[in-house]
Design a binder for this molecule. Structure first.
Ligand SMILES: [Zn+2]
Length: 254
């Protein structure tokens, strides 16, 4: 690999891990109603404000052996994982899209989708602030990479409207956040890939719900967080949607 590429990947990893560190703070703060903009990061155990040298992504965690400098309590490994994930994701994004605006936008879009999935998994709630952030990123993405308006409009409505109607028949079957998520993802994916995303999300989520029911881990009238499965469907569709749809249609072309 020539050295220019090495430095680009290195730079993207560092930048990505910083964004990952921030995204991790967002995951911790939004459900608690703590503002993201103000207030220093603090230790969750001893509440001590952390210094800049405690907050260097990945490196601080390794140097401190995963323990708080002040109270020596274990710091959750998920901080470290999220920082590595951010770094690797930005590198992967560059690998897929090269030196384009798409690399940056895809990185941030997938980061926000991941934040939505994790918060939903932890709290069964998709927050409007995260949906709006995703919406703005998708609009910017669609400003640079345009497809025809009808494809986007149908994309926005093709899953969200049926979900909404389903909710009228069986109240609370989907959260309102799920419906908003599938509307925004339609603007990102267009209608064909969004149908696929919804299909993947609902099938895998359904299998998981069935598993929980069989193991008596959830009541028949209970709820599961659908967001993570929808996000899984959206990301799969984003990268492989066209291939999967082409493969599926080819089955009928004998
Ligand atoms: Zn501490």
């Amino acid at each position: 690999m020539d050295s220019v590429y090495f430095f680009i990947y290195f730079y993207l990893f560092i930048t990505g891990s910083c964004v990952g560190s921030f995204a991790n703070a967002v995951v911790c703060r939004i459900p608690k109603g703590i503002s993201i903009a103000k207030g220093r990061s603090y230790c969750e155990s001893c509440q001590t404000s952390l210094q800049w040298y405690d907050l260097i992504p990945i490196i601080s965690y390794i140097l401190l052996w995963g323990k708080c400098r002040y109270c020596k309590k274990q710091i959750s490994f998920k901080h470290f994982l999220f920082e590595c994930f951010g770094g690797l994701l930005f590198m992967l994004s560059f690998y897929c899209f090269g030196l384009t605006i798409e690399t940056v936008l895809m990185f941030f879009i997938i980061m926000v989708l991941t934040v939505i999935a994790i918060i939903d998994y932890q709290t069964m709630n998709i927050y409007l602030s995260t949906i709006l952030t995703l919406f703005i990123l998708v609009i910017v993405y669609r400003f640079f990479i345009q497809i025809d308006f009808m494809t986007l409009l149908i994309g926005g409505l093709c899953i969200s409207v049926p979900m909404f109607i389903f909710n009228l028949i069986i109240p609370y079957s989907f959260g309102f956040g799920d419906i908003e998520l599938m509307f925004v993802s339609g603007l990102l994916l267009g209608w064909k890939n969004n149908l696929l995303a919804g299909f993947i999300g609902i099938i895998i989520g359904g299998i998981y719900a069935g598993y929980l029911l069989l193991r008596h881990k959830v009541e028949a009238d209970g709820h599961i967080a659908f967001g993570p499965f929808l996000v899984l469907g959206i990301i799969t569709s984003l990268f492989y949607g066209t291939e999967i749809i082409t493969w599926y249609l080819s089955l009928f072309n004998y």
